[in-house]
Ligand binder design. Structure first.
Ligand SMILES: [Zn+2]
Length: 196
């Protein structure tokens, strides 16, 4: 075997090793490392720990991970939350207000009092509005846009709730305005037999 052949053999050997190393990296990467990023132990400060339990909350927005420190064996919990940026709402007078899910829910619950609509349904309703707001991708949204979405959604959900909400939202001045809104709703349905 001449020097050249030997060199070629070494190169082939090295290439083979490289392949083995890559395979090793791949296996290492695929082995249960997900969600196992370094996280300082609150008891001893060690970064190495293993995830012993991992679960999602009901609406899949929070992952709770139970970890065991590899140095001191203490257990601790970390939470990974979906961070959602909501736009600011711009009121009619120009004031800015942060999105307040609870406030919308209270308004909806009031409108739906004693109506056959579950709290879960209203929660979903607010989820839909939140998603629409996020989809807009704006930093600010006119609050009346949200008001119109709520009106639109309620008109499909429950007539009584819709009129109740509209009477507060549109500040009906009297019976006539109220009747106008009611008529508009009924006309849009083409159904005058609604029990409102
Ligand atoms: Zn520790």
């Amino acid at each position: 075997m001449c020097c050249y052949q030997m060199l070629a053999a070494v190169v082939v050997l090295l290439q083979g090793m490289q392949y083995i190393f890559c395979l090793f990296c791949l296996i290492f990467a695929l082995s249960d490392r997900q969600g196992d990023q370094a996280m300082k132990c609150p008891y001893c400060g060690e970064l190495d720990n293993k995830v012993v339990d991992s679960r999602l909350n009901k609406d899949c927005t929070i992952t709770r991970r139970r970890r065991a420190c590899l140095a001191c064996d203490q257990r601790f919990t970390t939470y990974e939350r979906l961070e959602v940026m909501m736009p600011m709402l711009v009121k009619k007078d120009g004031r800015r207000e942060a999105w307040d899910r609870g406030k919308i829910l209270v308004g909806l619950e009031k409108a739906c009092e004693k109506r056959p609509i579950s709290i879960e349904r209203l929660d979903l309703f607010v989820d839909e509005i939140e998603h629409r707001l996020q989809d807009m991708g704006s930093k600010e949204v006119q609050s009346k846009v949200v008001g119109e979405w709520v009106m639109e959604g309620l008109s499909q959900l429950d007539d009584v709730a819709y009129v109740r909400f509209a009477s507060v939202y549109r500040h009906f001045k009297g019976v006539n305005e109220f009747m106008d809104e009611l008529k508009k709703l009924l006309d849009s349905r083409g159904d005058h037999d609604q029990d409102v």
